[in-house]
Structures are given as C-alpha cells and as structure tokens.
Design a protein around this ligand. Structure first.
Ligand SMILES: [Zn+2]
Length: 263
C-alpha cells in the first residue's frame, strides 16, 4: 500500500501545496479530503489521474473542502462515494446550492453520481479489503473526523489536523502499537512562540513525537506543516526530525509535495 502526498503544507502557503493525499494499492484508491487545486483538477480532466471512487471528508475547513464543488462538477459518469458526517453533508449541500445550481446537485444525488455515506463514531466502512473506523476528534473548533484503517495485518491511524489533546479526548487502546501514525505538525518546537501552533489547535513536531510515543506507533508521517518564509523546506524538515531524538525512536517520514511513501 502507498500514500501519495500531492501537497504537505498547512492551510495557507505561498510555495508548497496544502496537504492532500491519496492512499492506494493497485486499483484500490481512497482520497482523503478535497483540496484540489486547478492543475490537479486539470490532470483529472485529461485522464491522467483517476477520479476518486471513494473520498473521506474530514471537516469543513477551506483547506480540506474547497475543491469538492469542482470534483462534484466533473463527475459525469460513474460514482463518487463520499464518507462524511450528517452535519458536513448539510454544509456540502448548502455550498453546492450556492456555487452551482440546486437542481443539478440534486440530480447527481438522484442518479447516484454522488453517493453520500453518512458516518459517525460507531460506523464501520468496508471498501476493497480495507476496514475503516472513523475517529471523532472532538475538536473544539469544528466537528472533525479522522479514521483508522486496517488491512491484512496492518493498522494505520490518521489524525493529521488539530491534533492538540487528541489522546486525552479519545480511547488510547484502539490506537496502540499501530504500524503507521499519520499526524499533523505545524512547526518545530523551537518556533513554537513565533508560529503559535496551539492557537490554531495544532501541535509542534515534538508534541507529535510525544503522541507517537504514547501509542507506541512503529512509523510516523508528519504533514500539514506551516510554511515558514524564513526557512527552506528541507531545513524545516531537518529541524522537525531533530525534535524527535530525545522522545521517539521509531521510523519517521516527513514528505515533500509529490512524494510517495510505501506503507
Ligand atoms: Zn487543515
């Protein structure tokens, strides 16, 4: 199984793309969120990237949802299955009514071009040979769901946005000893004062390593990293990796835009 990071940045960046990725194995593909910028959308239109069949939507912030209207518009045939909460589905409907035409949106639902699968923390999603369990982050800002994915003997845990307090608000047992933890990190610990991750419910890389240590994750991927105009991305990644040495001794990957990682 692989994960391709189209982008690795936080919400607003001048030089990197905002975090957006697809998990895949052969023809099996699960997209997570819809931060699709125009060049990526055009690659879909040219047939260079498969239109998502399965899409997991986590929450309604711009950096996660902004390109969903575009994606919905370009589904002409086939079906896109979207996993999202009832609240989020209502918001998507409102957005589509405003930026498109309500009857066209409803037609897509009626003809099963778009199939909305409503999830909550008790749901289980079975696609391909993957089992997905949503995780309610109990975020204080906006309702937000992430998930655990299990296939064959592997176990991946995702919470890569607003990871502040995530372990205090969730049952730790179900994440223990996961093979991969995908977590956010806003900046290295030394820039905490300047970047103020806590003010945005984000964590530093040191705090992310602490999360990884607490659940004994074997491997960690960090993304959703804020752009620091005073630092080049490679330097920034080195600093974030340096944070881990005193805390966490598992394997770590901090990708750049476009990187593919084998899970
Ligand atoms: Zn975000």
């Amino acid at each position: 199984m692989f994960i391709q990071y189209y982008g690795t940045g936080a919400a607003v960046n001048a030089n990197v793309d905002t975090t957006h990725f697809v998990i895949y194995e052969w023809e099996k593909r699960l997209y997570v969120d819809a931060w699709w910028w125009m060049s990526l959308g055009q690659r879909v239109l040219r047939g260079e990237i498969t239109l998502p069949k399965y899409l997991f939507m986590t929450h309604c912030h711009t950096d996660h949802l902004m390109w969903l209207p575009f994606l919905i518009r370009v589904i002409w045939d086939g079906t896109i299955n979207i996993f999202l909460t009832k609240k989020l589905a209502e918001k998507v409907k409102q957005i589509m009514y405003i930026v498109w035409r309500w009857e066209r949106y409803e037609k897509k639902i009626e003809t099963n071009n778009i199939v909305l699968h409503l999830i909550d923390q008790n749901s289980e999603i079975d696609i391909y040979d993957w089992n997905i369990k949503p995780i309610n982050l109990h975020s204080k800002k906006v309702e937000q769901y992430w998930f655990q994915l299990k296939w064959s003997w592997k176990h991946i845990v995702f919470f890569w946005d607003e990871a502040v307090d995530v372990l205090n608000r969730n049952d730790l047992d179900s994440y223990m000893w996961c093979d991969w933890l995908l977590c956010e990190a806003f900046c290295a610990q030394q820039h905490k004062k300047k970047m103020d991750p806590g003010g945005k419910a984000h964590v530093t890389s040191l705090e992310a390593w602490n999360i990884a240590k607490q659940i004994d994750a074997k491997n960690v991927i960090l993304s959703h990293i804020a752009e620091d105009i005073e630092l080049d991305r490679s330097k920034q990644i080195d600093e974030m990796k340096m944070d881990m040495h005193s805390v966490y001794d598992g394997n770590v990957v901090i990708p750049k835009d476009g990187d593919v990682i084998e899970l």
